[in-house]
Design a binder for this molecule. Structure first.
Ligand code: ADP
Ligand code: MG
Length: 250
């Protein structure tokens, strides 16, 4: 079966820094994959490479068997590969619904403002933000700005969604709500790659975990196997994971 997404020996350097080194992995339809590793391991860079924000300096990326590593970010998102940013970036002076309309209009090509608003409202209802629709985006709480990121991404009609630390900075109740939302997104058949520091989130959501360390992929396996892998425990989980059971940092 052709993988939904396949990375073959992908690397990305910034000057002398090899942020991602020779990473190969595949994503199959319907999976929720956790992407973990210490700060600076290359997780965000890997998402930036896949989405064309910081193109690969070596290697090949296949989407449904077709190379995409030379495409521009807008071409990659038009193929149904969406992401959220670690640092949320709404259009601050636009309202919440206008932010989502921008994504809907981009995905649909041609769409009237009325149609775009209707589509955007569906995504806001799904993400629990309908009541905030007409507020300026910069007035939202952090938890709601993260929801807005999800609504904007969903408006692009993705079949692959990459979530970069969508739970960072949220409290336990907010995280639990976010997890329900992520599960609901997956239930729509969208494949999810989630970068996440909280082990309970990763183990609760993901059947498979990929671990990066110094830009290298050091594990890619079923969740239970990865979190018990001595290399992973040493490289990443270390004292912080073991002692504090992955209490969030950042
Ligand atoms: N735009 C950039 N310019 C220069 N160096 C970068 C850039 N983005 C990331 N890096 C470097 O690449 C490495 C991996 O960073 P990053 O992908 O952000 O890690 P993670 O998301 O796992 O914390 C770090 O050494 C970081 O400083
Ligand atoms: Mg990061």
């Amino acid at each position: 079966m052709t993988a939904l997404l396949e990375l073959k020996n992908v690397s990305r350097s910034f000057g002398g820094v090899k942020a991602v080194r020779d990473v190969s992995l595949t994503l199959q339809p319907g999976q929720i994959v956790g992407l973990i590793g210490p700060n600076g391991a290359g997780k965000s860079t890997l998402v930036n490479v896949i989405t064309g924000v910081h193109p690969a300096t070596a290697g090949e990326i296949l989407h449904n068997g077709e190379p995409i590593q030379n495409l521009k970010p807008f071409q990659i998102s038009a193929r149904g590969i969406a992401r959220t940013f670690q640092v949320v970036q709404p259009f601050p002076s636009m309202t919440v619904v206008e932010n989502v309309m921008a994504g809907a209009m981009f995905a649909a090509g041609v769409m009237s403002m009325t149609e775009a608003r209707a589509v955007a409202m569906e995504h806001l209802t799904f993400t629990g933000l309908a009541a905030q629709a007409d507020r300026p985006a910069n007035q939202l709480t952090l938890a709601n700005r993260k929801r807005l990121e999800l609504a904007k991404s969903l408006a692009m009609n993705p079949h692959i969604l990459m979530l970069d630390e969508v739970n960072a900075g949220l409290n336990t109740a907010e995280i639990n709500q976010a997890l329900d939302l992520i599960r609901a997104i997956a239930a729509r058949g969208i494949s999810i790659v989630i970068i996440e520091h909280l082990l309970k989130v990763v183990t609760g959501l993901c059947s498979r975990i990929v671990v990066l360390h110094h830009g290298e992929l050091i594990a890619d396996d079923a969740t239970a196997d990865v979190i018990n892998d001595p290399r992973v425990i040493e490289a990443y989980l270390g004292s912080r994971f073991a002692e504090r059971q992955m209490v969030r940092h950042d």
